[in-house]
Ligand binder design. Structure first.
Ligand SMILES: Nc1ncnc2c1ncn2[C@@H]1O[C@H](COP(=O)(O)OP(=O)(O)OP(=O)(O)O)[C@@H](O)[C@H]1O
Ligand SMILES: Cc1ncc(COP(=O)(O)O)c(N)n1
Length: 271
């Protein structure tokens, strides 16, 4: 399957290039997807953590969205960091109008531990954005917040995925196991069946932006028309290769490799 496709990410920035909008656009490019972006917050951050944040005015976020959707074809949407309820409201409106594949990464806290969305917006995210998503991609702490469950093993992950679909209303849920011990195993529930995606755990500290990169890859593949399970499988190969071939840069948790994976390995070639 190879056709011209485009994807729009709505998220915060990372000037050090490992997470957020920058990670999403690099991933889209690597997967031969025309990438577009709407910025919600400008974040001063790097591999060591978040130094400062400036939220853009909500009207300006809406203007950016209009600029894109009034002119450009979008085959799939992704949201990442959306810091406030007001921002979520305008994005929600667009998602309803567009009715296209929507990958929702419920970003709450960075790898560094810095909080990326205001406390009182979390409930709105769960109740008003999750139901619109084609796929929600929480890590373990995010899945615990969304479901109120404690997650310690695969059975808990599967239970949480079911709650996100049947109780919260998402079309599917992918619970990522990066925060558990052992292999890096993720569980996808598509409303009927479970699918598991596993990789050997890579011994690396380069995990900044892992979640952003993974969900951007899922978005790119959905935009190309791949079915959900296939899109997640291909994205899992991509994130695993990006972790395995990461450059050791920065003084904290370095970024994954968004560039040249195809040239350096034959692990990611299916797009
Ligand atoms: N050390 C690792 N080795 C292999 N795969 C990993 C490793 N850490 C995370 N992963 C995989 O990376 C993807 C992202 O998972 P994770 O649970 O880390 O998400 P996240 O917490 O949202 O990411 P982030 O680190 O960006 O916050 C998943 O597919 C997970 O299984
Ligand atoms: C703008 C933005 N969005 C998301 C993340 C999460 O990424 P990570 O948890 O890997 O730091 C981040 N650090 N910055």
């Amino acid at each position: 399957m190879s056709k011209l496709s485009s994807a729009l990410t709505i998220a915060g920035t990372d000037p050090s290039g490992g997470a957020g909008i920058q990670a999403d656009l690099k991933t889209f490019q690597e997967l031969k997807t025309y990438g577009m972006s709407v910025i919600t917050s400008v974040v001063a951050q790097n591999t060591t953590g978040v130094q400062n944040v400036q939220h853009l005015p909500v009207e300006f976020i809406e203007e950016q969205l209009q600029s894109v959707v009034s002119d450009m074809p979008v085959h799939a949407f992704k949201t990442g960091m959306i810091a406030t309820k007001d921002m979520m409201q305008v994005i929600r409106k667009q998602m309803i109008e567009q009715n296209l594949p929507y990958v929702m990464d419920p970003v709450m806290v960075a790898t560094s531990g810095d909080v990326l969305i205001v406390e009182e917006a979390r409930g709105y995210l769960r109740d008003q954005l999750v139901p619109l998503a084609t796929i929600v991609t929480p890590n373990i702490p995010e899945a615990e917040f969304l479901t109120g469950l404690e997650i310690q093993n695969f059975d808990d992950m599967k239970r949480a995925a079911k709650v996100i679909v049947h109780d919260l209303g998402a079309t599917s849920a992918l619970i990522k196991g990066g925060h558990l011990e052992g292999d890096a195993t993720d569980w996808l529930y598509d409303g009927n069946d479970f699918h598991t995606f596993a990789a050997d755990r890579i011994d690396t500290t380069s995990t900044h932006g892992t979640g952003c990169t993974y969900s951007a890859a899922i978005t790119a593949y959905l935009g190309k028309g791949y079915e959900l399970v296939e899109a997640v499988g291909l994205a899992k190969k991509f994130i695993t290769a990006a972790l395995k071939h990461a450059y050791q840069i920065g003084h904290g948790n370095g970024p994954t490799n968004h560039w040249g994976i195809r040239e350096e390995t034959n692990e990611v070639k299916n797009y």
